[in-house]
Design a protein around this ligand. Structure first.
Ligand code: SF4
Ligand code: F3S
Length: 322
């Protein structure tokens, strides 16, 4: 287990998570003489961005995931079948299989149920809320993929007419959260691989696996030396630290600087945009305005403050849950 964690976190394996996860999964399934676990992936109130992010995975790619990792029973976004047979498969996978399948949910859950009907069976409409409560009761593990499923995210942003919430709030059971808008393919695959082999990973205070979210973006940012010397960018495109352009890196748990995005070639700060805190609870409302320069001093006491503390206190004063 320790080796798995170490390999997932090691920057030199960036782009080659397949070489870490897949051989261990093959060994694991051979040793245990067990079959790949059934997985139900339910898309609810969201933009499908996490599915698209996962399709961009290059190591392992989607084909390897489906062949070597999981027995995918239902994915309303991916599967060609959309009729009664697909729905039957979904219900049959859950029925009589207590603790035998993994439920993955992408998207927030609309408490105003008419906003998200996921399917119709025998003339009855099934809302996302109904389905996640039904499936969540018997799933062995429940995993949220993306910030909408994890915390509500953009789907729950003001004024939130659908009354969308994160999955955990909707089903009232523990949820393993691979947050992000979207989640990085490695965060999804690495977390799923860990669940398959070892069960629940160690989670941070927001329910996210520490393997990927245990350190802040700020900790290993490539502009950190500018921050330490108090040299700040004045406008977007300047090469220095973007704290005063609103960067939320100091309060955002994610390994973007070392993992990198888009086939491991770059990440937001390297592409000259501040971190907007996309993995955080309260994103986007409590991370806005994204590009507002931070005040030099504490807003209430007027005393000079550590910029990291200032970001955090500003967010919590505005009703955040960080
Ligand atoms: Fe990097 Fe943002 Fe931290 Fe500056 S504040 S060092 S740009 S993460
Ligand atoms: Fe999101 Fe910040 Fe990474 S905006 S993608 S957590 S750098």
């Amino acid at each position: 287990m320790d080796l798995y964690i170490q390999l997932c976190q090691d920057p030199q394996y960036g782009g080659r998570l397949a070489s870490v996860v897949l051989p261990r999964l093959r060994e694991f399934f051979a040793d245990k003489d067990s079959r790949k676990p059934p997985v139900i992936w339910l898309e609810t109130t969201g933009c499908s961005g996490n599915s698209v992010s996962l399709w961009n995975a290059i190591g392992p790619d989607l084909g390897q995931i489906l062949e070597d990792m999981i027995d995918l029973r239902y994915w309303n976004f991916l599967m060609a079948a959309q009729d009664d047979r697909a729905i039957e498969l979904l219900h049959n996978t859950a029925a009589g299989r207590k603790n035998r399948f993994i439920l993955v949910v992408e998207g927030a859950i609309a408490l105003n149920e008419r906003y998200t009907v996921v399917h119709r069976r025998a003339g009855k409409d099934y809302s996302a809320l109904e389905m996640v409560r039904f499936l969540g009761r018997s799933a062995q593990h429940v995993m949220a993929v993306g910030t909408c499923a994890s915390f509500g995210g953009p789907s729950a942003a003001h004024p939130n007419p659908s009354r969308s919430v994160g999955l955990e709030e909707a089903i009232n059971r523990k949820v393993i959260k691979a947050s992000g808008c979207p989640a990085h393919p490695d965060w999804i695959i690495g977390t799923l691989g860990y669940i398959l082999m070892f069960g629940e990973p160690e989670l941070d205070e927001h329910g996210r696996p520490r393997i990927f979210y245990g350190e802040t973006v700020h900790r290993r940012c490539t502009r950190r030396s500018f921050f330490e010397r108090g040299i700040f960018a004045q406008s977007l495109g300047d090469p220095e630290c973007m704290l005063r352009l609103g960067c939320k890196g100091p309060v955002t748990g994610a390994d973007c600087p070392t993992r990198q995005w888009n086939s491991y070639v770059s990440w937001p700060v390297e592409a000259n945009t501040p971190c907007i805190g996309c993995t955080n609870p309260g994103f986007p409302d409590q991370m806005e305005p994204f590009f507002e320069p931070l005040p030099e001093r504490d807003e209430q006491t007027a005393n000079p403050v550590n910029p990291c503390h200032l970001v955090k206190s500003r967010i919590t004063r505005r009703g955040g849950r960080l």
